[in-house]
Design a binder for this molecule. Sequence first.
Ligand code: NAD
Length: 311
Amino acid sequence: MKVLVTGGAGFIGSHIVDALLAEGHDVAIVDNLSTGSRRNVNPKARFYEADICSSDLGKVFELEKPQVVSHQAAQAVISRSVADPLFDARVNILGSLAIICNGLEFGVKKIVYASSGGAAYGEPKHLPVDEGHPVNPLSQYGAAKHAVEHYLHLYWLQNGLEYVALRYPNVYGPRQNPLGEAGVIAIFTGQMLRGERPTIFGKGDKTRDYAYVDDIARANVLAMKAPAVGILNLGTAAETSDRRIFDLIARVVGYGEEPNYAPVRKGEIYRICLDYSKARAALGWQPLVSLEEGLARTVAHYRVSASGSGR
Ligand code: NAD
């Protein structure tokens, strides 16, 4: 397949690029390096430093004529979406619409879109949350991410442009931007390795669903190849508390101190985990990397990058 990965210099996008190249696909990347890094860019992919909101995007589509677009580029900092909703909407809604319109113009067959489970569902009414659960975003970021799912559906109905919107859980692993959505593992790992004391917001009993980035990248590649169209949750269907995350990372790092505790931040949900049975049926996907294994790999990566080597 000829695939264009937006945000391919970022955390999840760079792992999708690696997974595609490992299967022998032809890959191009468009990324403005706002939170991504050249260091993440796989040298076997063609790289265009460009903003998805600029007219350069059309030139990239014209040159590349991809069959599939993996759309990962986003303004992914929730607090920024609250502080600057116009910027968030420009990147996350208008930028995504520009991807869709260029996709139509240049004959793209399918778009696989990075959506969000955590930012879409709000405080769950039942667990694990399935795709039929009501959507109730608690941030401007969540509203924008969800709006794009509607546009994708509309263009499938009107123009037959296929799409899969993957609602991600908390994704973690090497190359994660600690400021982005769900950066707690990157934050705690970095702090513990530097001997700083991490802060848990709340009592430590808030829960999230953590999936290792390789599993998420594999789901993206499967979604590009499968005939599936629509919205699919990814996740592990298991809750992990903030305190358990702290303890697991502390064990791998060898950190012996207790965390600081601070009041819960506004807009944060209490519990979530995602039912991925629809993705299992549609893509033959399930998460393969356990939390213990994924954390060991993540800590090993941060140790190497702290020493200045490694990609
Ligand atoms: P990231 O910040 O590492 O990656 C985003 C990439 O997009 C960066 O390389 C950045 O430079 C690029 N980018 C941003 N604005 C751009 C623009 N205007 N033009 C071109 N490139 C631009 O974040 P990530 O965690 O890898 O997130 C990837 C996707 O997954 C995002 O769409 C995010 O909303 C979504 N997501 C992530 C999580 C998570 O747990 N990390 C959870 C749910 C959804």
